[in-house]
Design a protein around this ligand. Structure first.
Ligand SMILES: Nc1ncnc2c1ncn2[C@@H]1O[C@H](COP(=O)(O)OP(=O)(O)OP(=O)(O)O)[C@@H](O)[C@H]1O
Ligand SMILES: [Mg+2]
Length: 425
């Protein structure tokens, strides 16, 4: 039996909404938090909590589990399930309200915005600082230094304070430090989404390597194919509670099933599993056919209108709204992304309520079941509202190719017409 390296017992975390001072002072006392992160936290709270609301909110409720040396654990769950909160407690960025954790070994963590760096220090200084925090000696860090710099591709900026780094550079260096300084436990929270695709692949390769070396990895992601590739175990969180602690494949299938039932049960406006500032929220979603009649079973190749109802809580009209509809297939793979700024559609919304329409000709999806996430942002910078599995549709029948051939839905979900011919010689 391998040794237990993380023990979590009856862990709970309470936030008091509308009264965040205590949390701030803890965060600000951590000198290692970069200033842009604290701005983010402050902005987050401004958008999210009005001053007159005071209520307890349990982000984690009585969570217990045990992790053995060498486990590669995927932590999954919908928006707001408590994944990041759990990782922050394990990384000792924030404290639990009740319960306890015990950890054996050096932990390196890479949280949402890369909490491990000091903004005023240069890349070089931060590498040494992080090594020292992990309990490594100067000689040991020096021996890893070149590898870290090469991996992060930041040679030219080594003597620049990290506050001048782009977010991509910042995350590259943060990941390189966390993965190369030989922690016994590596904790990574979805930051990979920030880098470009090539760097994401490189990070996943590195995490696989770390896992193969028998070190323990905890990884939060919404990308189920990555979790399934990288992780052996899966912990599924749901509204702050531990819903399942099982092998990765089983946890993923439970997660996908769960998502399905949620989108069916609750009207969008009542959903709590959403993130973003909440200044504008999507309140309803419908698919209409060409005659304006609502449909849930769609046909490949037909024309549809996707209608997103919204509630604007700012009290004034807003320009530069960006809306995105992400379609995920039955395996959780994103197959189609409709985003208003791809086509340069400048959307302005009413000061109170209204609807946004996305007209799509020739639905290019093969017969299958799809989940749709809805994402609203302002000028593509501030996330206003993001709901995973906001709705689901079934595509059944239709004649995309005009030949009666439905394609091969179990192999490929996207349909597009191509003309085939031979060249005679
Ligand atoms: N500092 C805070 N103050 C108050 N509430 C908070 C704070 N941080 C997180 N929360 C709330 O706690 C819940 C859990 O948040 P957490 O960030 O852990 O979710 P998550 O599973 O990581 O979600 P996502 O998938 O969107 O990253 C959410 O409802 C969130 O709004
Ligand atoms: Mg999170």
């Amino acid at each position: 039996m391998s040794e237990t390296v993380i023990l979590v017992e009856n862990l709970s975390k309470k936030y008091i909404l509308g009264h965040q001072e205590k949390e701030y002072s803890l965060r600000h006392s951590l000198a290692k938090i970069p200033t842009y992160l604290s701005h983010k936290i402050q902005n987050f709270s401004k958008g999210k909590f009005s001053k007159d609301v005071y209520k307890d909110f349990w982000a984690l409720k009585d969570v217990s589990f045990e992790i053995k040396q060498g486990d590669r654990v995927g932590i999954i769950g919908r928006n707001g399930a408590g994944k990041s909160t759990l990782l922050k407690i394990l990384s000792r960025i924030t404290e639990p309200t009740n319960g306890r954790i015990s950890i054996k070994g050096r932990v390196a963590s890479l949280l949402e915005v890369g909490t491990g760096f000091h903004a005023e220090l240069t890349g070089r200084e931060n590498i040494f600082l992080n090594g020292a925090i992990l309990g490594m000696g100067k000689a040991e860090i020096t021996s890893k230094f070149d590898e870290i710099v090469a991996f992060a591709e930041v040679e030219k900026f080594l003597d620049t304070p990290v506050k001048r780094y782009s977010s991509g550079m910042y995350v590259r260096l943060a990941f390189a430090v966390a993965a190369h300084l030989e922690p016994e436990i590596l904790i990574v929270d979805e930051v990979l989404a920030v880098g470009d695709v090539r760097f994401q692949q490189k990070c996943l390769g590195k995490m696989e390597e770390v896992g193969k070396e028998g070190r323990t990895v905890l990884f939060v992601s919404h990308n189920m194919s990555t979790v399934s590739h990288l992780c052996s175990r899966g912990i599924l969180l749901e509204s702050g509670t531990l819903h399942a602690d099982t092998n990765a494949e089983h946890a993923i299938s439970l997660y996908l099933d769960k998502s399905y039932s949620v989108s069916k049960e609750l009207p969008l406006v009542d959903r709590k599993d959403r993130s973003g500032s909440g200044k504008v929220i999507s309140s309803s979603f419908r698919v209409l056919n060409e005659q304006g009649i609502e449909e849930n079973v769609l046909q490949s190749g037909k024309d549809y209108y996707f209608e997103i109802g919204y509630i604007n809580k700012t009290g004034h009209s807003l320009d530069d709204i960006v809306v995105s509809l992400d379609f995920f297939d039955d395996k959780g793979v994103r197959v189609l992304l409709l985003r208003s700024n791809f086509t340069n559609n400048n959307l302005s919304i009413n000061p109170d309520i209204g609807s946004i329409i996305c007209a799509l000709k020739n639905l290019p999806l093969a017969n299958s079941f799809y989940r749709i996430s809805i994402y609203l942002s302002h000028a593509d910078r501030e996330i206003l509202d993001w709901i995973e599995d906001a709705a689901s549709i079934t595509v059944e029948g239709g004649d995309f190719f005009g030949t009666g051939n439905p394609g091969l839905p179990s192999y490929c979900k996207i349909l597009t017409k191509a003309n085939w011919s031979t060249i005679k010689t």
